[in-house]
Design a protein around this ligand. Structure first.
Ligand code: NIG
Ligand code: FE
Length: 396
């Protein structure tokens, strides 16, 4: 059944208009948005976009009433397989305690003690939260199990909800391996990887002081890639360490966080395919300085925005919040922020079928209660998502 959404106040397609409305001989141009637009969904795909006045007929008609429509958000960084919560840690942090990577261990203990059913129910709730806020594609990491069995069940459960499953056995060294971190890296690259690789697409490592150093991180990524996984890296979150350079060297799809960059890091990202994924919810929730998005954009790097939803450093599932922070705190334009949360996220996941509304794309779209995409930052904290379609199905 085809669906025509018409009377769209502003349609963000993320593709040049010439692709959205094929017009032989038209001068190629980069307009990102159409006003007074319409969009046709057919077979779960975008079948047509263009001026409402020229829209073809369809089986079902939806009147957007002048609201804005944009691609579903693509959240390329989330840690959703966990149990427990760390509200007290957050409160202590807001009262002056520092954020430390070691806080991850308390979630590890809770996760190990949880049943599969509890982990699944928590993930289902968070996935639902994300969808209701317009996230139609999300990545999900393991990394709170840190035993062979607990990492394996983490990637298996994640795979019940998304194809973008990331093996993050190298999140932190668990307490039982404190005296033997090299032994833990060996496990991550050996038996744990063998148990997880069949259920994951990606391998990730938290390259940071207090987590894994350059050589350890390089070993984890090399082992993961040898097992057929594609690399992505937690890089330069707390310190200007070696993570970004390593990510670029191994051809990672994404270097995530990028909150502390040297000039050489910016140059490396600007001249590589590796996407710089910024996670401003983390800086908001840890009261750290925001990443320098303008410097990255000015240098020509590709920037994505993601939630990093996790129980420690940032417990938000709201991409609109991240967009608002990127605009207000990181000086991204509203268009840059929306692009980064859609097309940027898709590039960070190497997905060509999502993050845009070109003809043939997955019909993943968000309608907001406002006439333009700018409302996502202009009306911070307001539940603006009026409707969501995923693969052509109305889901919110
Ligand atoms: O992306 N950086 C490492 N991992 C998470 C934090 C996880 C936690 O504190 O539980 C992050 O911020
Ligand atoms: Fe993370």
């Amino acid at each position: 059944m085809s669906v025509l959404i018409t009377n769209i106040g502003e349609l963000t397609t993320n593709v040049p208009e010439r692709d959205a409305v094929p017009q032989p001989g038209a001068v190629p141009g980069p307009p990102l948005v159409l006003s007074g637009a319409a969009l046709v969904i057919d077979g779960g795909r975008v079948a047509w976009t263009g001026p409402a006045s020229r829209a073809p007929a369809a089986d079902q008609l939806v009147d957007a009433g002048g609201r804005a429509v944009l691609p579903g958000f693509v959240d390329s960084h989330a840690h959703l397989v966990f149990a427990g919560e760390r509200g007290a840690e957050f409160a202590a942090r807001m009262a002056g305690q520092p954020y430390q990577a070691g806080g991850i261990r308390s979630t590890v203990a809770a996760t190990r003690n949880a049943t599969d059913g509890q982990l699944r129910a928590n993930l289902r709730r968070l996935a639902r939260e994300m969808l209701s806020q317009g996230i139609t594609t999300f990545e999900c990491k393991s990394g709170y199990g840190l035993t062979v069995a607990d990492e394996r069940r983490s990637v298996v459960i994640a795979g019940e909800f998304t194809p973008e499953v990331t093996y993050l056995g190298a999140h932190v060294v668990p307490p039982e391996f404190e005296p033997d971190p090299a032994g833990y890296v060996e496990l991550v690259c050996g038996a744990m990887l063998a148990a997880c690789a069949p259920h994951a697409r990606w391998v990730d490592v938290f390259c940071e002081r207090g987590a894994f150093g350059r050589d350890e991180a390089a070993a984890v990524l090399a082992a993961g890639m040898a097992a057929g996984l594609e690399p992505r890296v937690h890089a330069n979150q707390l310190t200007a360490g070696p993570g970004v350079q390593l990510a670029v060297e191994v051809g990672a799809a994404s270097a995530d966080h990028c909150s502390n960059l040297t000039a050489a890091d910016v140059d490396a990202l600007a001249s590589a395919q590796t996407v710089a994924t910024l996670l401003p919810g983390v800086e908001f929730s840890t009261r750290h300085p925001y990443p320098d998005a303008r410097r990255l954009l000015g240098a020509g790097a590709t920037v994505a925005l993601a939630t990093d939803c996790n129980p420690g450093s940032c417990f938000t599932s709201s991409m609109p919040l991240c967009i608002a922070l990127a605009v207000r705190e990181m000086h991204m334009t509203t268009q840059e922020a929306v692009w980064a949360a859609t097309a940027g996220g898709a590039l960070a996941l190497r997905r060509a079928d999502v993050g845009h509304l070109g003809t043939g794309a997955s019909a993943d779209l968000v309608m907001i209660d406002g006439p333009s995409h700018a409302y996502l930052a202009y009306r911070p904290g307001v539940p603006l998502v009026a409707a969501v379609w995923r693969a052509g199905q109305r889901v919110v």
